[in-house]
Design a protein around this ligand. Structure first.
Ligand code: THU
Length: 135
């Protein structure tokens, strides 16, 4: 799958965002190594704390279906589906990515139009705390 197709799927996923409190819509599209895509949106809650980010929604959907091997994730975010700035995943989502992916995992950051950033998990989460440390 091409990067731009995965970013398009992240934008489609953001349309499902449940964001009555922030109005900030986030979409993610997670590509497995065998070419399947799991999408996710952010899901807010009146108690705020239970809110789930779009990236974790995508990961938890995939992992709960038995997936373990991931190639890339595309993400977009902005108020009311206006992706005017590059949006970067929060620290908790980066840590969840690190549970299942190595430093070469690709994180594609889209915005309005065609431009996007292609980063790696190693770049956005250096000095990672991972299961290696627990051995
Ligand atoms: N959010 C995400 O979905 N992903 C992130 O990586 C950062 C933040 C969501 C949570 C909340 O619904 C909204 O964006 C504003 O913080």
């Amino acid at each position: 799958m091409k990067d731009k197709e995965l970013i398009f799927l992240a934008k489609k996923a953001a349309e499902k965002a449940y964001v009555p409190y922030s109005g900030y819509t986030v979409g993610a599209a997670l590509l497995t190594k065998d070419g399947k895509v799991y999408s996710g949106c952010n899901i807010e809650n009146a108690a705020y704390g239970p809110t789930n980010c779009a990236e974790r929604t995508a990961f938890f959907k995939a992992v709960s279906e038995g997936e373990r091997d991931f190639e890339a994730i595309a993400v977009v975010g902005g108020k009311a589906l206006d992706f005017k700035d590059y949006f970067t995943p929060c620290g908790v989502c980066r840590q969840v990515m690190a549970e299942f992916c190595d430093e070469s995992f690709r994180v594609l950051i889209g915005k309005n139009g065609e431009d996007y950033l292609s980063l790696t998990l190693g770049e956005i989460l250096p000095y990672t705390f991972s299961s290696e440390k627990l051995k």
